[in-house]
Design a binder for this molecule. Sequence first.
Ligand SMILES: *Cc1c(COP(=O)(O)O)cnc(C)c1O
Length: 411
Amino acid sequence: MARINENYAKLKAGYLFPEIGRRVAAFQKANPDAKVIKLGIGDVTRPLVPAVVEAMRAAVDEMGSDAGFRGYGPEQGYDFLIDAIREHDYASRGVTIGRDEIFVSDGSKCDSGNIQEIFATDSVVALTDPVYPVYLDTNVMAGRTGAAGDDGRYAGIVYMPTTAENDFTPALPKEHVDLIYLCSPNNPTGAAATKEQLATWVQHAKKTGAVILFDAAYEAFISDPKIPHSIYEVDGAREVAIEFRSFSKTAGFTGTRCAFTVVPKEVTAAAGNGERIALNGLWNRRHTTKFNGVSYPIQRAAAATYSSEGHRQTRDIIAFYMENARLIREGLQRAGYTVYGGVNAPYIWLRTPAGASSWEFFDRLLGTANVVGTPGSGFGPSGEGYFRLSAFNSRANVEEAIARIGRMPAK
Ligand SMILES: *Cc1c(COP(=O)(O)O)cnc(C)c1O
């Protein structure tokens, strides 16, 4: 009899977004005339920019011609895209990344979820709390944890609380850890790590032999010139860090699918006999064995985000979302809320008022302002008492949502 991977039984049910959907549907049924505004989901709302669409269309025409047709491409991505990434994302910031250190893929969700495969099953994993759930659940599936306790925490995971009390800067773990997941700018808290803070992590990883898995999916939203866009802007990071980047939020590719992972040649981990093995070769083996490349038109579309037109057009959309973020942040502050984020990230993380739990505030916001957000507790136990609003919506909806929140009775 075939047997299942029992680790899947340890996963808590995908509770957060289905539960939000259930409560919104129930409210809408009871209040059919209410115009509910959703500031909950982490998905973009603006269409692809013209430069991207043109590049994609031209590539589709190429694929339909004898001269331009292409079959399998390099699993790691075409050089035209890899070179554009090296030049615009890295060389422009003083960072040198080699062609064979970039792996183009169909998403950072898959990459940040798959990367754990190249590490030992008994690796100790450190995660921030709250956290993007992919980092946790993929390690649960791989058997790196025990069961979840009543406090919502899995045995074996080292949780690093990131709350207002520590200024959303997690402390270095006291216990030994092998893998450290960091996300900056952060989903869900909206916080962005400074160069000094990242340097502390790099030093710690060098001293302890840990590897940092750095998710920079929101780097395009950074407005503060002092905040690094890549962990490789920190000296020594090439020896200890893997970086994930995505076109999803940067250029509206959530439905188009293109991302990449950087694995520098210097970053290593130990084999059983103590020998240090380059992770670049391991990830190359994994990527080329289990993945057959991103489609040619999509890679052409991604490359178009780096042309001067494409860059200007995508920057305009980021600026649009960040103006939404400013309106939400300042509107909430005027209404008396304590808010974080929204400056270097499209997420506003607010403290629920008067000791309300995240879900109590969800119900109140839905019931009185007809606005949907995401309860902070859904991202981890330390997210309790917080709430996430996203800047991904139309200007009219954002303005209306903020006006309604301003009229909510303070309680
Ligand atoms: C949206 C998001 C990503 C991007 O995932 P894709 O699979 O590339 O769409 C990665 N990390 C975080 C934290 C995100 O919120």
